[in-house]
Design a protein. Structure first.
Length: 171
């Protein structure tokens, strides 16, 4: 996660990023917080329509979360953490805080999905999040056409959701 890449995404200069985040750990904290907020926005924006169309809303929500490409940010942050000299305590604070946030955020969509038998009662928020992340994680240096990879990810998310639904209804 280079300062240049972050600055470009934010539409500011590297100096601006460095001035606001003089310590890299605070930058990782801010970037991970923004990614969690984007996931929350997707879930919150879909919850109102869940009762009208449970399966369509569930699928659309999960696909939209997958399209956020949060796994790329996590992968870049992990590389930064591995290369830097952050204290384990600082990193663990961020991980614990984000995990708690994600559990709460995903629970709000998991509960109605479980009631509608779209996923098993045993599915946890972190299992859902990690499953989406594993499917959407970028392959480093992979010479794969982006369009092909995108279609494959959509298909794999559908397969994941179909599997969840089958598990829920098999009980």
């Amino acid at each position: 996660m280079s300062m240049h890449a972050i600055a470009k995404k934010a539409g500011v200069g590297v100096a601006t990023v460095s001035r606001h985040f003089p310590e890299r750990i605070s930058l990782i904290d801010a970037v991970s917080s923004a990614e969690v907020a984007r996931i929350k926005e997707e879930i919150d924006s879909h919850l109102q329509s869940f009762d009208e169309n449970p399966e369509g809303t569930w699928r659309d929500t999960i696909h939209r979360i997958a399209n956020l490409n949060f796994a790329a940010v996590v992968q870049a942050a992990a590389a930064e953490v591995n290369a830097a000299t952050f204290s384990d305590e600082d990193v663990q604070k961020i991980v614990t805080h984000r995990t708690t946030e994600l559990e709460s955020i995903y629970q709000s969509i998991l509960e109605p999905a479980q009631r509608a038998q779209l996923c098993p009662e045993s599915l946890t928020p972190l299992e859902l999040h990690i499953g989406i992340g594993l499917i959407t994680r970028p392959l480093p240096g992979a010479p794969i056409d982006a369009g092909y990879f995108s279609k494959l990810q959509v298909s794999l998310i559908d397969t994941l959701l179909d599997g969840f639904k089958a598990q829920a209804r098999a009980v």
